[in-house]
Design a protein around this ligand. Structure first.
Ligand SMILES: NC(=O)c1ccc[n+]([C@@H]2O[C@H](COP(=O)([O-])OP(=O)(O)OC[C@H]3O[C@@H](n4cnc5c(N)ncnc54)[C@H](O)[C@@H]3O)[C@@H](O)[C@H]2O)c1
Length: 258
């Protein structure tokens, strides 16, 4: 039976490229997005998260093989709600549907921005799983003039830590579900237009990425890495945060971090 993979943020960029690659391989994809996918729902809201879980349950008949929690980015006011709480709700809400798969897999899409600098208190607020309190703290940080990129980085860092905490636990590893995180660098999608449309910023980022030819990355290059992590071939790797970033993380953290 062909595998069924749920991809959030499937209407654009990395999610669309992942859905296209898997469909070309003959697999079934249930795409989720605000609009323009099989299931519509706003993952920054609890009603939208419930609509996604209900829609996927209905379309899949209650059985899927992989989750790709990819939807992310978005405006400053929903950065935490989408990039950490929406991603966690996707993974937790759809996990029971993996129970019937012979090779269940889960992938979260993070960012090299998770390396910071970020406000540690904001990361801890997200990890405390009190969404209202975390969002209030994020709004206060924005009102105090903190850049939106810092909130985005905090949300993605919290997502990395949540996945690392969960991956070896009974609900994931104990159920035979590898749970990994892929952290892109700069990928040529609408989300990176603010970097790539400005020649100065684009050139600056190009100088930062050590791997020649890797800046900007293309969505289909990310899709290939996601498809492997979400596929049956990935039988042993779990709990990893993989930087798919042309060497940005390697350069930033150096030889002793792995
Ligand atoms: N493009 C990059 O350079 C880059 C770098 C690092 C990380 N990422 C991450 O990669 C993932 C995919 O981003 P992309 O570059 O393909 O961007 P994109 O803007 O092309 O696609 C994001 C998709 O998510 C959907 N989405 C946004 N808000 C949503 C919501 N509230 N509920 C449901 N869906 C929503 C959008 O409609 C869109 O289809 C994101 O998690 C992003 O943070 C991207």
């Amino acid at each position: 039976m062909p595998r069924t993979t749920v991809v959030t943020g499937a209407a654009s960029g990395i999610g669309a490229a992942t859905a296209e690659l898997l469909r070309r391989r003959g697999e079934r994809v249930i795409g989720c997005d605000l609009r323009g996918a099989e299931v519509s729902g706003d993952l920054a809201t609890s009603a939208g998260r419930a609509a996604v879980v209900d829609g996927v349950t209905r379309l899949s008949g209650g059985r899927i093989d992989a989750i790709v929690a990819n939807a992310g980015g978005g405006p400053p006011e929903t950065l935490l709600a989408l990039n950490v709480f929406g991603a966690v709700a996707t993974l937790e809400g759809l996990r029971p549907l993996l129970a019937g798969s012979p090779a269940p897999r889960a992938v979260a899409v993070s960012s090299v921005s998770s390396l910071g600098p970020v406000d540690e208190r904001l990361v801890e607020a997200c990890l405390a799983q009190d969404e209202a309190a975390a969002i209030a703290a994020g709004a206060a940080a924005l009102a105090a003039g903190r850049p939106a990129l810092e909130l985005y980085g905090a949300a993605k860092q919290a997502l990395n830590i949540w996945c690392r905490r969960q991956a070896a636990q009974p609900l994931w590893a104990g159920a035979g579900i590898p749970l990994n995180v892929l952290a892109p660098g700069v990928i040529d999608t609408p989300a990176a237009a603010w970097i790539l449309s400005d020649p100065g910023t684009r050139a600056q980022m190009e100088r930062m990425a050590p791997l020649r030819g890797a800046h900007p990355g293309r969505p289909e290059q990310m899709a290939a890495a996601i498809a492997w992590c979400a596929g049956a071939e990935n039988a042993l790797m779990t709990g990893q945060v993989l930087y798919v970033d042309g060497g940005l993380e390697c350069l930033a953290r150096g030889e002793r971090a792995w």
